[in-house]
Design a protein around this ligand. Structure first.
Ligand SMILES: Nc1ncnc2c1ncn2[C@@H]1O[C@H](COP(=O)(O)OP(=O)(O)OP(=O)(O)O)[C@@H](O)[C@H]1O
Ligand SMILES: [Mg+2]
Length: 576
């Protein structure tokens, strides 16, 4: 019998004798059967990282090895669910779990209405569609994990998750659920370059620093710069079919908020409560540190499962820094040699192994699906040169850098538009051009303007806007308008929280028209910027983003016409 020979926090050493556990095999540790994972084997001593509080555990207590790796249970009932880092179900508002609980994470007695898609005698292969059932706002597709010839297929009806719906001639069974190791990616046919943006409804993101469906993005930001609010906003408004929200080492009450909010809010696409397309994974700061490491991989595995049904999945992890800190703690307990700032030497490959699992794929059944991964990073002191931010930057294609000064000025989202970048604009340009042929022009105009403004801001900071010549003042004032109306967005305003792509285009168009009219007024009549910006039509336009809903964007055409009329009039009458 394997026995405990040393305990250091979550790290337990075990003399294994005649047993032969594998690396990453799940172990049940001590009399209470605490769940852990083998992280090292040296001759007849196995080191296990325990996912629960080890207080009360004693030397000499027995350990059992399970014979399998840490698995995710994948089946209907995940949507709307809340789980801890190793997929134990959490009751709605109570995040405490009994120790050593090996509960089946999905509801065993719930019945699902299954409709078969194959017939007896049919040959199926890996990835074949076996049948469908409604789950939340989507159709849950039961996919075959292997090939074979169908001997039995369940007829249409109500089935529990554990019921066999297919039996093959070869004697293999398919149930409504399957298990898959969280550390091993779920297979697909091929990876594709994504040309479709994940529309988040956040103007600064969608228009300036877009992420594709299947892309990777990071949100680095110091304390209180708005990472959590931004992640939650993305989870609410992204046009993904399924959203996985991993609360990793952050405050427990934030997860309760998500839960309350998402149960009240409706998915704009399906009209169903947002919670019905969402899976929450909570490993908050008050829960054992070691399960944090697993929580992100669990989330990813669930994401890949829905991706393989042909859905677009978005995963948000808040915060990957707390996740990396958990690895640091574990590695120091194991006396591993720290490399940078106490982090283990495999920090970089661990971060890579998360973002690598994002992608836009063709599944074995020929469907397209994607998994987008967006991770928040909390650099201590807001210093972006620290290891977690630095490595994350290497493995993500979008960097939404949150800025302390913007946040202090209550400019939200506090995305610094000079430090941030996205490598996807060329990929999504075709998608946007279908909405508006002017997309590239508008985007280039805005970026250009913000760059000119950035240069002038150095002088403005020293000497004030008044010190600038009139033509430069005009650039600064237009840029201010772009910042106020377009880049700034109030996550708590019912209308402004979410801008459709059409609304984004219209606001950008109106801003560009204002710029053109001001330039014309200045060049033709030398009208000072102070006069140009003080027209009531500008105040009306600033207010419009809070008033014009996504389904009323045609109103912007009237506003644009009015802007042109007002300034045409002003130019012709000015100085008379
Ligand atoms: N988009 C937004 N609109 C309006 N207010 C915001 C927005 N984003 C952040 N805030 C304000 O900033 C505060 C801090 O935001 P948040 O909790 O998201 O920061 P954080 O970066 O996650 O902080 P921490 O480092 O503590 O995790 C919020 O409570 C809210 O008042
Ligand atoms: Mg936070």
């Amino acid at each position: 019998m394997a026995q405990i020979i040393s305990i250091s926090g979550p790290i337990v050493k075990i003399r294994v004798d005649d047993q032969n556990p594998g690396l990453f095999e799940v172990a049940y540790v001590g009399n209470q059967g605490l769940i852990g994972e083998v992280v090292d084997i040296d001759k007849n001593v196995a080191t296990v990282q325990v996912y629960e509080d080890t207080e009360g555990l004693s030397l000499g207590e027995p350990v059992e090895f399970s014979g399998h790796m840490l698995n995710a249970y994948l089946g209907p009932g995940l949507l709307g669910g809340i789980f801890d880092g190793i997929q134990r179900p959490l009751t709605k508002l109570d995040f405490r779990i009994k120790k050593g609980l090996k509960e089946f994470p999905l509801e065993k007695n719930k019945k699902w209405h299954f409709t078969p898609a194959v017939k007896e005698g049919e040959i199926i292969s890996r990835g074949s569609l076996i049948g469908e059932l409604p789950e939340g706002g989507i159709i849950h597709r039961v996919i075959s994990p292997f090939s074979g010839k169908v001997k039995f297929i369940a007829e249409e009806g109500e089935y529990k998750i554990d019921d066999t719906v297919v039996l093959t001639e070869e004697g293999k069974e398919i149930k409504l659920y399957l298990t898959h190791p969280v550390r091993i990616p779920i297979d697909f046919k091929s990876r594709k370059r994504s040309k479709i943006p994940l529309i988040t409804g956040q103007r600064v993101i969608d228009f300036l620093f877009p992420v594709t469906k299947g892309g990777t993005a990071s949100i680095p930001g110091g304390f209180g710069t708005g990472k959590t609010i931004l992640q939650q906003t993305l989870a609410k408004w992204s046009d993904a079919d399924v959203v996985i929200y991993v609360g990793c080492g952050e405050r427990g009450n934030e997860m309760t908020e998500v839960l309350k909010d998402f149960s009240k809010l409706k998915d704009p696409k399906t009209g169903k409560p947002l919670m019905e397309r969402t899976v929450l994974i909570a490993n908050t700061s008050d829960m054992p540190v070691s399960a944090r490491e697993a929580s992100i991989f669990l989330g990813i595995t669930i994401g890949e499962y829905y991706r393989n049904m042909g859905y677009h999945v978005a995963l948000m992890a808040d915060s990957t820094s707390r996740w990396a800190e958990a690895m640091r703690e574990i590695s120091s307990r194991m006396n591993q040699l720290p490399v940078e700032e106490g982090f283990p030497s495999d920090l970089s490959s661990k971060i890579a192994s998360v973002y690598e699992r994002a992608g836009f794929v063709e599944t074995f059944s020929g469907k397209e699906g994607s998994l987008t991964i967006i991770g928040a990073v909390s650099p201590p002191g807001g210093d972006f040169s620290e290891p977690v931010t630095r490595h994350t930057r290497r493995f993500t294609s979008v960097f939404w850098a949150l800025d302390k000064d913007l946040a202090n000025a209550r400019f939200f989202p506090a995305i610094n538009y000079t430090l941030s970048y996205s490598s996807y604009p060329d990929d999504v340009s075709g998608w946007w051009k279908k909405l508006s042929p002017d997309y590239d022009d508008l985007r280039n105009w805005m970026i250009n303007l913000l760059q000119q403004d950035e240069k002038l801001q150095r002088i403005v900071k020293l000497l004030g806007t008044e010190s600038l010549p009139e033509d430069q003042k005009l650039v600064v004032e237009i840029a201010n308008l772009v910042k106020e109306v377009f880049l700034q967005q109030n996550a708590f305003d019912p209308v402004d929280a979410h801008s459709s792509p059409e609304k984004q285009i219209k606001i950008a168009e109106a801003l560009k028209v204002i710029h053109q009219m001001w330039e014309k007024a200045f060049i033709q009549k030398g009208i000072p910027v102070s006069v140009l910006k003080n027209q009531p039509v500008i105040t009306e336009f600033i207010r419009s983003k809070y008033e014009i809903k996504n389904d009323q964007v045609q109103v912007y055409d009237k506003i644009i016409k009015k802007i042109i009329d007002v300034y045409t009039d002003l130019i012709s009458t000015y100085g008379e």
